[in-house]
Ligand binder design. Structure first.
Ligand code: HEM
Length: 143
């Protein structure tokens, strides 16, 4: 990511501020509208889940200048996600729903540049998570 993209992501995430929880709820609403089948994967309280998601995004945004420090964290998270039943295809749906929710929260401040910068950061996150998922050892086959 370019310096400018990182700066745009940091600034826009800062302006999400107080509405982070609402943004997360908007995100899940959109996600389940798009893919109702995903709802049953989420076993816990969705507001609590939203806080975890936003905390993880905050860590990613904080570490944009040392993205490699997040790689093992994201890979491990991708492994856990494979265990929840998440497949590579789901990452596109999640990215789109997140971009949409950011747009709802930031309104005019979420311009084409901000959208592009967020697309880049989410693409990196998903790539590392998918790498982690691919590291999951295959289940032992019983004959
Ligand atoms: C941008 C990429 C994503 C981020 C940053 C993210 C973040 C998180 C975090 C922080 C958790 C808490 C538990 C853990 O760390 O393992 C979590 C759980 C979960 N995520 Fe994600 N996630 C992402 C993508 C996805 C995708 C693509 C799906 C597919 C639908 C998904 C479905 C779930 C489910 C089902 C749980 C468990 C919920 C529960 O136990 O109730 N996530 N996610």
């Amino acid at each position: 990511m370019t310096r400018r993209e990182k700066q745009v992501v940091r600034e826009s995430f800062r302006s999400v501020g107080d509405v982070a929880e609402a943004l997360a709820l908007l995100f899940y609403g959109r996600l389940f509208e798009r893919e109702p089948g995903l709802r049953s994967m989420f076993r816990g309280d969705i507001a609590a889940q939203g806080r975890k998601l936003m905390e993880m995004l905050a860590a990613v945004v904080e570490n944009l200048d040392r993205a490699e420090s997040m790689t093992p964290v994201l890979q491990a998270m991708g492994q856990r996600h494979a265990g929840y039943g998440v497949t590579d295809r789901h990452y596109d749906v999640v990215e789109e729903a997140l971009l949409w929710a950011l747009g709802q929260a930031l309104e005019a401040n979420f311009d084409a540049e901000a959208r592009g910068a967020w697309r880049a950061v989410l693409g990196q996150v998903s790539a590392a998570m998918k790498e982690g998922a691919a590291m999951v050892p295959p289940p032992v086959l019983r004959t």
